[in-house]
Design a protein around this ligand. Structure first.
Ligand code: NDP
Length: 247
């Protein structure tokens, strides 16, 4: 079958779970050759099999986004098997509910390491080649927390505000080289993202238990496919996707 992304190479971080896995599946469904990146290889292999059963092309890449060498090696592995990366989707991310007064400093640092430095490392590993080839698209999975601060999520929101600011500025630098930068800003999606929290006070106070309205990972994935399938002259810079209120 012919897909709108036929021939394109997409590298998706955080592909072992949740939103990243759905994005990888949707991109493959649209014809892209997809490199599935994360630390849990068993989960990536499962997704690879699923994509291949659906007629898609996927490889797996063991990559801790906090490890510069692994990121560089992963990009090189992708290029040698599939060709240069046309689309980088930064979906790897972590969230801890923490009250600032409770000083869960290690968790703050971890969020900055993955959500901020990890994204920078991945961008750094592909952008040079994209500019050289005068073609490329970087899609950052930000958050509605990248537009607005939420209590209990001060550091998490800070990391996503960073993504927004960095993306806005970088977009203007790379436009002349044919490279696009998109931020997707999802509201709550039911994934494993919320399983890490240890600050019980923060969790009890601010994590909404049994939220009635949440998005599906596929809702975010469709937004990504939309952003990366537009004509050259059309830049989809931001997409805010939130659960629809019940009528
Ligand atoms: P999940 O917890 O389901 O998935 C997180 C992914 O990130 C996993 O694939 C995990 O893979 C990967 N990851 C975590 N740490 C690292 C690391 N050091 N190196 C490489 N990969 C890593 O969460 P979601 O799918 O929900 O989250 C995906 C993105 O979407 C995040 O950036 C999140 O902030 C954002 N987002 C999520 C929302 C939600 O409500 N769920 C709302 C708005 C934004 P592994 O552990 O195998 O390495």
């Amino acid at each position: 079958s012919v897909g709108i992304l036929d021939g394109k190479v997409a590298l998706v971080t955080g592909a072992s779970s949740g939103i990243g896995a759905a994005i990888a599946e949707h991109l493959a469904g649209a014809g892209a050759k997809v490199a599935l990146a994360a630390r849990r290889m068993d989960r990536l292999k499962e997704l690879q099999t699923k994509i291949e059963c659906q007629g898609g092309i996927a490889i797996t890449v063991m990559m801790d986004v906090c490890d510069e060498q692994q990121v560089r090696d992963g990009v090189q592995h992708t290029e040698s098997l599939l060709g240069p990366v046309d689309i980088l989707v930064n979906s790897a991310g972590i969230l801890y509910y923490t009250l600032m007064k409770n000083l869960h400093i290690k968790e703050w640092q971890q969020m900055v390491d993955v959500n901020v430095k990890g994204v920078l490392t991945c961008v750094g590993a592909v952008l040079g080649r994209m500019v050289e080839r005068r073609q490329g698209h970087i899609v950052n999975i930000s958050s509605d927390g990248g537009r607005k601060g939420f209590p209990g999520l001060s550091v998490y929101c800070g990391t996503k505000f960073f993504i927004e600011g960095m993306s806005q500025a970088m977009r203007q630098e790379v436009a002349e080289f044919g490279v696009k930068v998109t931020c997707i800003q999802p509201g709550d999606v039911k994934t494993e993202l919320f399983d890490k929290t240890t600050d019980q006070e923060a969790q009890e106070k601010y994590e909404m238990v049994n939220k009635m309205k949440v998005l599906e990972p596929g809702d975010v994935a469709r937004a990504v496919v939309y952003a990366v399938t537009q004509p050259e002259h059309c830049a989809v810079n931001e997409i805010l996707v939130e659960p629809q209120e019940a009528p």
